[in-house]
Design a binder for this molecule. Structure first.
Ligand code: NAP
Length: 284
């Protein structure tokens, strides 16, 4: 039996708590503020930013979107991020990808104050996470994976976890968060030999490769918890995950669907991080 995770319900539960925390801050005269920098006209990014705006509005977070006129270079993006970092009304900052040619998130992200880096774009945030230091946020997607596991009461201590993907925005921070929960973690990538055999060792398998249907029945141990982070565009519209859901249904114990799994929880984590950052700022 495979149980499907309802990511929208988990996001709603988290949003309710975030809205209550935001209301307490507003009552104490701190309005949580989120700034989203949108440096390209990419339609997928624009759609995603609208969903962030809606989630922010529901939680009582003031969300400002800064659409930069194209073409825009790294210097201008860095300058805008530095300006937002210095603005006391802004508690959370997102630099939305994709970035224009010549701009790299690891470079421009350094202009985001770590205390406001609610999507873990500044490499210093990942460094703090790796060092086990407080005061930084993991990328929202990595936080969403852990939020789902927590919500579903998946025990992690001492268990075998495999993360497929080693990007700085998903794979590595997810592995670090699993490690912090005392899981025994393996990270796979495009050079991993016999990916299926390594994945079959997983009691918790996180797929974040960006390859439609990469994870099939050969990759999943009976009863494994499978978290599908992949969001891959399907020709003709829609999204597909990295997991072949039909192939692993009946084999996995728990599975996140795409869409409706990690995606909505990611947005909820961005808003939660912003309200937490506002709370930290108010306490200073
Ligand atoms: P990425 O930067 O392209 O990284 C992909 C990783 O997967 C790389 O480490 C790559 O290995 C590895 N990989 C690729 N093909 C592989 C294969 N055949 N076998 C094993 N490993 C393989 O992508 P990303 O930004 O981390 O995103 C990953 C996926 O998550 C994408 O589908 C993206 O759209 C999705 N995503 C979803 C959310 C959400 O909220 N749901 C948020 C962010 C991203 P190498 O390092 O060796 O190249």
């Amino acid at each position: 039996m495979t149980r499907l995770v309802d990511g929208r319900a988990i996001a709603a539960a988290s949003a309710e708590q975030t809205a209550a925390a935001a209301a307490r801050l507003r009552a104490a005269r701190t309005v949580p503020g989120l700034a989203v920098l949108l440096p390209t006209g990419d339609p997928g990014a624009a759609w995603y930013v609208r969903s962030i705006e809606r989630a922010a509005a529901r939680a009582g977070v003031d969300c400002q979107v800064y659409r930069l006129p194209e073409p825009v270079g790294p210097a201008e993006i860095t300058g805008r991020l530095a300006g937002l970092s210095a603005d006391p009304a802004v508690h959370g900052i997102i630099c939305q990808t994709p970035l224009p040619p010549g701009a790299a998130l690891a470079a421009v992200g350094q202009a985001i104050d770590v205390a406001k880096d609610v999507d873990g774009a500044n490499p210093a945030s990942l460094g703090r996470l790796a060092a086990g230091l407080p005061g930084a946020f993991p990328p929202a997607t990595a936080a969403a994976v852990l939020e789902i596991l927590r919500h579903e009461d998946v025990a992690l201590r001492g268990r075998r976890a495999v993360v497929v993907g080693r990007s700085v925005v998903v794979g590595k921070p997810t592995a670090l968060l699993l490690l912090a929960e005392d899981a025994t973690v393996t990270i796979c990538h495009s050079r991993t030999r016999d990916l299926a055999a390594v994945c079959r060792e997983a009691e918790v398998l996180v797929a974040a490769a960006g390859r439609t249907g990469l994870i099939g029945a050969d990759h999943v141990a009976p009863g494994a918890v499978v978290i599908d982070v992949g969001t891959n565009p399907v020709p003709g519209g829609g999204l597909a995950g990295d997991v072949d859901a039909a192939a692993v249904t009946g084999l996995a114990g728990l599975l996140t669907p795409v869409p409706g799994g990690v995606g909505p929880v990611t947005t909820a984590m961005l808003i939660q991080h912003t309200v937490q950052a506002a709370g930290h700022a108010a306490a200073r």
